[in-house]
Design a protein around this ligand. Structure first.
Ligand code: SF4
Length: 890
């Protein structure tokens, strides 16, 4: 991105005079444009022009004019000092590290505002009546001044004021003239300094936009697409063009903008003026996690990410081996909410984890252990970190690309900043240093070096001082432009209004936005504004400010509507033929047939591809583990093996059902707890879980005691029927033999389930119908029931032939069990449906066809694999028509 260099600027620079710009980027662009001008004159060498952004101008002028030994604080150092002052106060809110940092950042902002807009209030005597939060800030400000005096420090936000005072004392010293470029508004402190300097002027852009248009589009996506398409058209016409895209909230919309511009091939050469937080980059995130992990546990999902990032492994084999170990661990139920390095190494002491990896990480850990938990200066820790990272193998075996190389350099620069905080932090422990480093990283922005892309995407303020061949201003709605914001909580509102601080009054925001709009209009011969009529589902109005400069918004012209991609020249032949499942056993048991009914792709992915849900660890037992324990206790109770029982008569003869339940619970907890649970979970938690189960099971046994006489024929029954050539492994909770000799198929449930889930077609659950229709049972099935083992509401639900005579004598005639008995036809219908589903699976049916969209998918773990969200089934017909209609309207 360059600037259209005005003749006045060229003359100014030719004369060797000084220019001060509003931003770093504007200074860079001006230097490049001036170089081009000199080259255009056929010159091979010239003196570097004196073009500096405002802050650099302050620093160089300070060095030039002041004979002062005070250390000028950079913004990170100043924030650290504010945080230390906040921490030394008595405010309760400052007791947490994160709160201190937040309050320190707020105090830093308040101080910057005061120094820039109301410098006289920096003197304590002008703040006598400040109360509450503002009074607290006033005290912190006194402490800040004391600290700066004691340690000979100077805030960089006060440089303008200090310099102005200095220049006033030396009025007779001649100073070179200054030309200011790109300033939308001068703050009072800046004006004071410039007046003290004496010889300055602001550059006014003379060029004026000749084409100004304002477009209204249906939504933000269309708006971005149109803008990208416009850039694409201009660059195809003139590849040397410089285009400027202004977006209100570049940080928030970055991903959407990137996607829209990448979709348009010719507009894919773009760059953002704003960088990203360096801690959000993979390289720095991995270093941060690793450094913390040496002494503290990290969350399991973070560890998964770290091992998959490739920044802690020497090669792809190590990376795969470690990820495989994590998967195995979860398959064995040994997941944890968080992992210490020790626990991880202990758990992975076998040969499956690469020895070289263990050796490296262990060696790095020993390096840290050798520090013996000592307190060290930030400088010492900063020098130690690269050694530690290198010993652990960070940043991995891959050769870094240009971007990674730049990020790494910026990371080490941020570390150097930590070292420069020695005057505030003094000595700290390793954990204290890591916290400090994390805070600095959170405040550090990384912007890749400019590649001089023809499209620059910037915020309205960052574009100050830049000019272009054409500009597109996105999001010109009434709510967003002028931009609004809130006042500062640490400064009295009256002070903010009187000093015209940002957002103190709507007319201040209006005036600034108007100045920015005028500047943009003067910065390119073509300026387009646009706004989306619908934003986040809410109607939006066009900006009144933009309407001052442009005609009423128009629909997008046909040439700016995104065009569909041309037909590819390659002919793609998609082989959509099904691949049959080879005859034999399939993983998944009854779940496979249920999945086939819910969605054929789900059955295919889980049974044939082995796709599984990610079973996240919990601090206590997971729901699945609690369910397994309950089933195990009920199996123990009805197994018939002492102390178990087998009949209702035995149940009725028990003297104390609670004590009986407890006995079985203890037996199961002794041998059936998930491995490692006793070490990871407190004994009192497990005792509470036993107590909970005792209450639940006593209630359940009381419910079973009210039944018509029965005998348990089998528990945890296994069977392997073959259906349509598919061999399934079934497991059933329990079979009861009733008084009439028939069988009742029982499935324990702890949630709220209903037999409606067996309704045809495409039942939601087929476990019991499958067993009733295909299980090898010794007798006729007269009922299928869910045994709902729930606190306060134990009950049976399902279909039973003669429920009152064989199950519960007290059932009312209106109960569902009586009104909807099980019939032979139902069993036959289920049988037919199951055979149809099994045949479809075997034939290789893999359709993404959820039973009900989106409800079925909300209870499925595979949307990332089937991509149903990208191509929702319901969208195919109706919504596509709707979209077509909308495009035609536009
Ligand atoms: S998310 Fe929906 S469409 Fe995808 S596999 Fe699961 S049920 Fe099928």
């Amino acid at each position: 991105m360059g600037v259209l260099l005005d003749l006045e600027l060229v003359h100014w620079l030719d004369a060797g005079e000084r220019i001060v710009t509003a931003s770093e980027r504007a200074a860079r662009a001006l230097i490049a444009a001036y170089g081009q001008t000199r080259r255009g004159r056929g010159e091979a060498a010239w003196a570097t022009p004196r073009i500096e952004p405002w802050q650099r101008f302050l620093e160089s002028a300070w060095t030039e004019f002041a004979d002062d030994a005070r250390m000028v604080l950079n913004s990170v150092q100043e924030r650290a000092l504010w945080s230390a002052i906040v921490a030394s106060g008595s405010e309760l809110t400052a007791t947490l590290d994160a709160s201190r940092a937040r309050l320190g950042a707020l105090a830093f902002e308040a101080h910057t505002l005061l120094a820039s807009y109301a410098p006289h209030l920096l003197a304590h005597k002008h703040r006598p009546s400040w109360q509450g939060d503002q009074g607290t800030f006033s005290r912190w400000l006194d402490a800040f001044d004391d600290a700066c005096r004691a340690d000979s420090l100077l805030s960089s936000t006060r440089l303008a004021l200090e310099l102005a005072a200095l220049l006033e004392q030396r009025k007779n010293v001649a100073r070179p003239p200054l030309l200011l470029v790109g300033f939308d508004r001068l703050q009072p402190a800046q004006r004071t300094l410039l007046d003290a300097w004496g010889n300055w002027q602001a550059f006014e852009l003379s060029a004026c936009s000749t084409q100004t248009r304002f477009y209204a589009v249906p939504d933000e996506r269309t708006e971005l697409g149109a803008c990208a398409h416009w850039c694409s058209r201009l660059l195809r016409g003139c590849p040397q063009s410089n285009l400027l895209v202004i977006s209100q909230d570049v940080a928030r919309n970055r991903g959407l903008i990137e996607r829209a511009f990448l979709e348009e091939a010719a507009s894919s050469r773009f760059e953002f003026s704003l960088g990203v937080e360096i801690s959000s980059t993979a390289l720095v995130r991995s270093a941060r996690l690793l450094l913390r992990w040496f002494t503290e546990p990290i969350a399991e999902h973070a560890l998964d990410w770290l091992l998959a990032s490739g920044h802690l492994t020497a090669n792809a084999e190590e990376q795969t081996a470690l990820q495989r170990r994590m998967r195995r661990l979860r398959e064995r139920g040994r997941q944890r909410t968080e992992w210490t390095l020790d626990a991880f190494l202990k758990e992975h002491s076998d040969a499956a984890v690469p020895a070289a990896w263990k050796e490296r990480v262990g060696a790095a850990r020993s390096l840290l252990d050798a520090q013996n938990g000592s307190q060290q200066s930030s400088l010492a820790w900063t020098e130690f970190v690269p050694r530690l990272l290198e010993a652990a193998g960070w940043p991995g075996g891959r050769a870094p690309g240009s971007a990674e190389y730049q990020i790494q350099r910026r990371f080490f620069e941020a570390l150097d900043t930590c070292a420069s905080l020695g005057f505030v932090t003094h000595k700290s422990s390793w954990s204290g240093f890591v916290s400090l480093m994390e805070r600095i990283l959170d405040e550090t922005v990384y912007a890749p070096e400019s590649a001089d892309a023809p499209i620059l995407i910037a915020g309205p303020a960052e574009a100050a001082g830049l000019a272009a061949d054409a500009i597109w201003f996105l999001g010109a709605t009434e709510d967003a432009w002028p931009a609004t914001g809130s006042t500062h909580p640490f400064l009295p509102l009256a002070v903010q209004r009187e000093a015209s601080m940002p957002h103190a009054h709507p007319h201040i925001d209006w005036e600034l936005a108007e100045a920015v709009t005028r500047r943009l209009l003067a910065s390119a011969p073509e300026v387009n504004f646009s706004y989306a009529r619908q934003k986040n589902g809410v109607e939006a109005e066009p900006s009144r400010l933009v309407l001052k400069f442009a005609e009423a918004p128009q629909p997008l012209p046909a040439e700016l509507r995104p065009v569909p991609l041309p037909e590819p020249r390659t002919v793609v032949c998609e082989d959509a033929g099904p691949i049959p499942f080879p005859a034999g056993g399939a993983a998944g048991g009854s779940e496979l047939i249920t999945n086939q009914s819910l969605c054929p792709f789900r059955a295919f992915a889980s049974a044939r591809l082995g796709a599984r849900d990610w079973d996240a660890a919990e601090a206590g037992l997971t729901a699945a583990q609690r369910g397994t324990l309950l089933h195990a206790v009920l199996h123990s109770i009805w197994s018939g093996t002492p102390p178990g029982i087998r009949t209702q008569a035995e149940l009725l003869a028990l003297p104390d059902r609670t004590a009986f339940a407890r006995t079985h619970i203890e037996l199961v907890f002794e041998r059936g707890l998930p491995s490692g649970a006793r070490e990871r979970m407190p004994a009192c938690y497990l005792a509470l879980e036993e107590q909970r189960l005792a209450v639940l099971l006593t209630e359940w046994l009381d419910c079973e005691a009210t039944r018509v006489e029965f005998e348990v024929a089998a528990t945890e029954l296994e069977d392997t029927p073959a259906i349509e050539g598919l061999s399934l492994r079934l497991r059933l909770d329990r079979i009861d033999r009733l008084t009439d000799g028939t069988l009742l198929v029982v499935d324990y449930k702890t949630g709220d389930v209903t037999p409606k889930s067996w309704a045809l077609p495409r039942p939601e659950d087929l476990q019991l119908p499958l067993y009733a229709a295909f299980g090898e049972l010794e007798g006729d099935v007269s009922g299928l029931v869910f045994a709902k083992v729930r606190k306060g509401k134990p009950e049976f639900a399902g279909r039973v032939g003669k429920a009152q005579e064989t199950l519960l004598p007290g059932l009312s005639a209106r109960s569902a069990l009586v009104k909807q008995p099980l019939t032979g036809e139902q069993l036959m219908d289920w049988r037919g449906e199951i055979e149809r589903l099994a045949a479809a699976f075997v034939a290789g049916d893999t359709q993404v066809n959820p039973r009900e969209y989106p409800e079925t998918c909300e209870r499925c773990a595979l949307p990332g694999l089937c991509r149903v969200r990208d191509f929702p089934p319901a969208m195919n017909a109706e919504d596509a028509d709707e979209n077509d209609g909308e495009a035609a309207d536009a």
